[in-house]
Design a protein. Sequence first.
Length: 465
Amino acid sequence: MRRVTLLLFLAFLFLSSSLIVGCSGDSGGGSGGGGDTVINIAAISGVTVPVAGATPASPAINTEQYTGTVTWNHGTSAFDYSVSYTATITLTPKEGYTLTGVPANFFTVAGAAATNPADTGVISAVFPATGAPGVINIAAISGVTVPVAGVTPASPAISTDQYTGTVTWNHGTGVFGLLTSYTATITLTPKTGFTLSGVPANFFTVAGATATNSANTGVIIAVFPKTSSLIYMVHINGDTFTMGSPGGEPNRNSDEVQRSITVSGFYMGKYAVTQAEWYAVMGTDPSSVKGANLPVTNVSWNNAVEFCNTLSEMEGLTPVYNTTVNPPTANWSADGYRLPTEAEWEYAARAGTTTAYNTGDGINGSQANFWNSGHGNTLIPVGEFDPNAFGLYDMHGNVFEWVWDWYAAYEGNHLTDPLGPVSGTDRVARGGSWFYGVEYVRSAYRSYVSPSYAGSALGFRVVRP
């Protein structure tokens, strides 16, 4: 009986042991649960290092063991400069693989400090701060032109490898005036990879201007000097010359009696006053044939005198003419603009010559514009031909030019700076024009017309002491 009981007890122990061993044998040959293999690919590829200005990529990660997604802590906007960004990578095991058993901080991401808790596939990849942008170092701002009286301001689009920019003028878009200082405001915008932070104060330069800027900004104030005089002037040295024409000169008129005249030095316009110059001073253009660089025409002697006074006032000079009386009188000691005297005009036209023309005994269409000279029998721009020896253009032809003097027969000889008759009916015009033949462009030829007349072949040039 005891023996049977003992045998039964041993049999019970054997069966219990077998059951326990059978239960524990289910864990099999993997290191994870359920027979899955623990993920062992640590390097996560495809996550790019942030670069300032670039848009973050969110690649789909895929290996033999897992798939994954990437999100960035700042969303989808472009990376900024000098900022540390974090990517969160979430892995999902493929069939047959498990994250159970993956140790803490197992995974790696190139260029980042990666961390993960044990047994998870959530990785935080912290990248170093993005690089700082390059400080702008192109100081010279090109394309901003120096203001010139009578010219419309340009507002160019500025562009370099480092920045773009715009230009605005303090007076708007109207033409530049005379003897006025103008200011351009230039606003720069850095291109990708560049910054204004670190740019020192007064770093930028603008040709012809005094440029200032505050530190770390791209707003430049460029102050230009006052615009110069509108009229290009040539200094004429004084001397004594023979005024009028010799008796044997072809096409000579009886009012061209020769006499010895001394003139003092003066400044004279290099060209006849142009339509652009007239417009800059008077704000109108009376010319019947339009063109900025054509001589202004259709101006009377009275109009020309008014122009001289207005230009003088614009430049801070003392006007020569008193136009409150009729006819106007002149203050010959004033420093303003005026019409040349007849003697000054002929002296300047001859430029040391004694022949019919300052080109010699003859003149042709390559030297002046007169009727049937090959220029279409109309006005042409000033300065198309070579200047005379004094540097003056178009003293022969293109337009007749008003002078100060009343018309009358010459009186006196061996005179210095003669002013002509004290009164009269007509004023003198000199030089001939496109509308008249070659004989009218002679240096000594004298035309005369009412001071109120304004014609398409009549203009003027100015002088100053």
